[in-house]
Design a protein around this ligand. Structure first.
Ligand SMILES: [Fe+2]
Length: 307
């Protein structure tokens, strides 16, 4: 886990941009009607049907991501409405942290508490979302309302391409990557004792009936093993070091601007963000995160939070 303003990631900036569907512009509620329209979308009411076939195809490709630019002139609530309507075309919105979760600096420190990094201003390190072995969102969405003053760049890396390089250069590590390793339990409402942490074991690379699944959270894995008193095997550290170095060389590094909607296939693509600072008096960085279930087949979609 790093906390530096300029992580050593490459300068590749070629993200895949797609136009927002025409039907979204046509159906946009007036600004004074947007609050009610948004509440109705989040409550599960019917939404306008849009052609999202090109978007769905892009999200299932090896690249596994897309950025759609909604007009910056739309109000925050209109942008949230457009975002929610778009996501509803692709699956259902998961409510574990709230269907729309504002990622803003809340002044917390994840290194001394169980606070998620999404409530801090720290660099996140490259990861896939959800530390719960029994739940993995298919898609992660981020709507940019305010990009912030400094830092906060977005990073994306293709796990499929990384796996190919791992097989070529370190084939002996593939079995390590396919072994389940414990991950710290930080989801609110879940039991967080040592037995729960030991049971929360996830392989880095897996394959299910729908294809490959990559789940990577080095920080939470190493913290879990420290809590369990388990030494980290040399081969696991070598795997993590390879993955981190590979992503540093190959990750896309770009900035979102107001109105941008970033969608990521959470099974195929690793994401992260650089550390950021909000300047005094300036608009605070705010990205709205959403998890989409049912685009492929999210594990544990209907699981209640465990006590
Ligand atoms: Fe994330």
């Amino acid at each position: 886990m790093t906390n530096q303003m300029h992580p050593p990631f490459s300068n590749r900036t070629t993200v895949v941009r797609l136009p927002i569907p025409h039907g979204l512009r046509m159906a946009l509620p007036a600004s004074d009607k947007a609050e009610l329209a948004l509440a109705q979308v989040l409550a599960g009411d019917a939404v306008p049907r849009l052609n999202v076939d090109p978007l769905a195809a892009q999200l299932t490709s090896t690249q596994g991501h897309a950025v759609l630019g909604a007009p910056a002139s739309w109000t925050d609530t209109q942008l949230r409405w457009a975002y929610a309507v778009l996501l509803r075309q692709l699956g259902s919105l998961n409510g574990r942290y709230g269907k729309l979760f504002d990622v803003v600096d809340q002044g917390l420190d994840h290194t001394i508490t169980n606070a998620p990094v999404s409530k801090t201003k720290a660099a996140t390190g490259m990861h896939t979302d959800s530390s719960d072995a029994r739940y993995n969102p298919d898609l992660v969405g981020l709507l940019c309302l305010q990009p912030g003053s400094r830092g906060g760049e977005s990073l994306l890396a293709s796990a499929i391409e990384m796996l190919e390089r791992l097989k070529q250069r370190h084939p002996e590590l593939e079995s390590v990557a396919r072994t389940p390793w414990p991950r710290d339990v930080v989801t609110p409402g879940l039991a967080q004792d040592l037995a729960a942490i030991e049971a929360n074991a996830i392989p880095v690379f897996a394959q299910d009936e729908h294809g490959p699944v990559f789940r990577y959270m080095r920080y939470w894995t190493e913290r879990a093993m420290a809590k369990l008193g388990q030494p980290i095997p040399v081969q696991l550290t070598r795997l993590f070091d390879f993955i981190d170095a590979d992503m540093a060389d190959n990750a896309l590094n770009f900035r979102l601007k107001r109105g941008d909607i970033l969608l990521v296939n959470n099974r195929l693509v690793v994401h992260g963000r650089g550390a950021f600072e909000d300047a005094p008096g300036a608009a605070r960085r705010c990205l709205v995160r959403a998890w989409v279930d049912g685009f492929v087949d999210s594990h544990g979609e209907r699981l209640p939070l465990r006590a």
